[in-house]
Design a protein around this ligand. Structure first.
Ligand SMILES: [Zn+2]
Length: 396
């Protein structure tokens, strides 16, 4: 029997050697039982600890956790894993700080040789294993962020990239909206790193699993050079959250398409039920080949729409022009301070665009960049909301 606890504190790197020695001793059967204060003593994090414990079990070494009252040899493998996972959630703040600090120090000393790169576009690894910007690929990343802030949806961006013949990762020419989304959401472009996005459930399957909160995640800033300005990255993050919320609230598919042919599709919302408007063809013979817009759920949900209301095909784009010019004339455009960095960014952008004066005719790019949505209802008014966090009301 051996008191193994003292030599294996995972957070103290200088004791690492003693720990490895102990593992060697276990392998050569010099040790058959290890008493330890807590699971956390077995590694820098739970994944590490589980790996070590699994190895010890293979050597037939019994591990007794005093604090948790568990004996590894008495518990079924699967159950032990479950128990240890649960315990890991109680890891003290002290310990997680130590882990964070440890990773940061190791990074500073250049000991982290492997920021997982995978198929990440925009970076290469230098001979020390650190991430360095690949300028050619970084241009693509900046282009994607730029298009997104100009109001193009994720699906539309994937189409634009294909049309421009821009290669995606591994040289493919196909782009999907979800690839675009992943790029927009990746913190590495901000120069940061989120650790333990996935973890290995090695005890049972050795497969990678997405970390849905089973293990702590550590967010470390400034681990490598950024490709996207930090403020812009934060703006895009909020914009993406806004889009998700908007799609959910208005029953839109997350790969819904924006198109120049139907510029306001997805942007017109029914005041009565929250559905977006659809374009329909008149059935009457004399109006054939003519279109109008009405609520997409009108026929499914007649009780919420006592009066059928619709607008003519050309009216939506006119409404935007009228709203733009009305907002431009307003002396006080915003009633409160910006809610966040996204709204602040959108206000600066809008004021910059207003310098170009009123709109004479509809401008698709302008609309895409500035219009949040318009709400249309039986009251005969369109409430037109801008990304900058302000609204104007226009008569339909
Ligand atoms: Zn409706």
């Amino acid at each position: 029997m051996t008191q193994g606890d003292e030599g294996i504190s995972g957070t103290a790197l200088r004791k690492r050697e003693a720990f490895l020695q102990m593992m060697e001793d276990c392998k050569s059967r010099k040790i058959d039982v290890i008493y330890t204060k807590s699971v956390s003593r077995f590694g820098r994090n739970t994944v590490d600890a589980l790996e070590s414990i699994r190895t010890l079990m293979e050597y037939n070494v019994n591990v007794i956790f005093e604090k948790e009252h568990i004996e590894s040899m008495k518990v079924e493998g699967e159950l032990l894993l479950t128990v240890l996972m649960a315990l890991s959630q109680n890891e003290s703040k002290q310990q997680s700080d130590n882990v964070k600090w440890g990773i940061r120090r190791r990074y500073e000393r250049g000991e982290i040789q492997s920021i997982p790169l995978g198929t990440l576009q925009g970076y290469d690894k230098n001979e020390d294993g650190n991430l360095v910007i690949n300028e050619k690929e970084a241009e693509i990343i900046r282009h994607i962020y730029d298009l997104y802030l100009k109001g193009y949806g994720r699906y539309r961006i994937s189409q634009i990239l294909e049309d421009e013949g821009i290669p995606s990762n591994q040289g493919h020419t196909k782009w999907s909206w979800s690839t675009v989304e992943k790029i927009l959401r990746n913190e590495k472009y901000r120069g940061d790193m989120l650790c333990q996005k996935t973890y290995s459930t090695n005890y049972l399957t050795k497969k990678k699993k997405k970390n849905m909160g089973e293990l702590p995640q550590y967010y470390i800033e400034n681990t490598h050079p950024e490709i996207i300005d930090k403020r812009i990255w934060d703006v895009v993050k909020l914009m993406h959250e806004r889009d998700k919320k908007y799609e959910k609230a208005h029953y839109l598919n997350s790969c819904h398409r924006d198109t120049e042919q139907l510029p306001l599709i997805g942007k017109m919302v029914c005041k009565q039920c929250g559905y977006t408007f659809v374009r329909r063809k008149y059935k009457k013979a004399k109006l054939q080949h003519q279109y109008y817009w009405c609520c997409g759920s009108f026929y499914k949900n007649i009780e919420r729409h006592p009066d059928k209301y619709s607008i003519t095909d050309e009216r939506p784009t006119q409404l935007f022009v009228e709203a733009w010019n009305k907002l431009l004339r307003k002396k006080v455009r915003y009633s409160k301070v910006p809610a966040n960095v996204l709204e602040e960014y959108r206000r600066e952008e809008l004021e910059e665009l207003f310098k170009q004066g009123p709109l004479q005719m509809f401008n698709y790019e302008r609309m895409l960049q500035t219009l949040d949505h318009m709400e249309i209802g039986e009251d005969g008014y369109a409430d037109i909301y801008f990304y900058a966090g302000t609204m104007v009301r226009v008569k339909i």
